[in-house]
Design a protein around this ligand. Structure first.
Ligand code: 8Y4
Length: 262
């Protein structure tokens, strides 16, 4: 394959069918197995929602959700497991339980995260976000969105190197939808290859996001699959090495078609 597919596995209570506090480890494992059968190269497990209206989750609650799933999955599959978290305590236990990658939407800016990631020695995805989830979409402003994100990456790469993290462990992600207007998101997709200048792998996450709905004329989340696949194809054509997606089977088909001519 011309790019890796990272399949999304949410283990937040609101992502389960009953919508309540209850969620089943067995359900999560089954979903993960389905993503793997469809061709996922990495499984990204997250126990905290980054939606603007989401309640903050304590690290203990996050651990209760993700650790049993990571442990079971690590025993039953060789597919690399990524932990979607910004909390050092969760990074530590997740890696001890079998995760081999940290996907941090805060790019290791939480106290203790740089040191923890350095000690763990696993791959780290540094994602750009302007603001915090609660306020990030209120009025995102950039001088020059691509240059501003590149400046952010340069600072985070430097911070990682200073903390003893090998540059070879880093993956960069401009963070579609995280403190960006529709126009910012379009510019990032259009100019995605500019982030190649760091010589590091790039990750793109557009799957089912509002920007895809906007491209389709304000379409509901349940009807964004084909648009998301198109977005993934463009991102890979523009230099993405990993795409983070919900719809693995459909994305794989799209990338195989792109791969046939690239
Ligand atoms: C519908 C479906 C509407 C999903 C919104 C969403 C990224 C990420 C997220 C990303 C990396 C999301 C954890 C947001 N997005 N990690 N995480 N890059 N590296 N929203 O773009 O999927 S969560």
């Amino acid at each position: 394959m011309i790019a890796k597919i990272m399949g999304v596995l949410n283990v937040t209570p609101d992502s389960f069918s009953d919508g309540g506090q209850h969620f089943d480890i067995a359900d999560a494992i089954q979903k993960a197995q389905c993503l793997i059968d469809q061709g996922a190269d990495i499984i990204d497990i997250g126990g905290e929602s980054t939606r603007p209206d989401a309640k903050p989750v304590s690290f203990k609650d996050e651990l209760v959700r993700v650790i049993p799933v990571i442990k079971t999955l690590a025993e039953t599959t060789d597919v690399p497991i990524s932990i979607d978290t910004s909390k050092p305590e969760v990074m530590l236990q997740a890696v001890e339980s079998g995760a081999s990658m940290i996907n941090d939407v805060c790019a290791l800016r939480v106290n203790g995260a740089l040191e923890t990631a350095s000690e763990l020695g696993v791959d780290v995805c540094l994602m750009h976000m302007q603001g915090v989830p609660k306020n990030m979409q209120l009025s995102p402003v950039y001088d020059e969105v691509i240059e501003d994100i590149k400046h952010f990456f340069a600072g985070r790469i430097e911070a990682c190197i200073s903390a003893g993290i090998s540059e070879s462990k880093l993956i960069l992600d401009p963070g579609f939808g995280f403190g960006k207007t529709y126009e910012h998101n379009l510019e990032i997709l259009r100019c995605f290859d500019e982030f190649k200048s760091f010589g590091l792998p790039l990750l793109a996450g557009m799957s089912r996001k509002t920007m895809i709905g906007q491209m389709l004329g304000d379409r509901d989340v349940s009807t964004r699959v084909t648009g998301s696949v198109a977005g993934a194809i463009i991102a890979v054509q523009n230099g993405a090495d990993i795409v983070r997606v919900h719809d693995v089977e459909e994305t794989k088909d799209g990338l195989m078609v792109l791969g046939s001519v690239s």
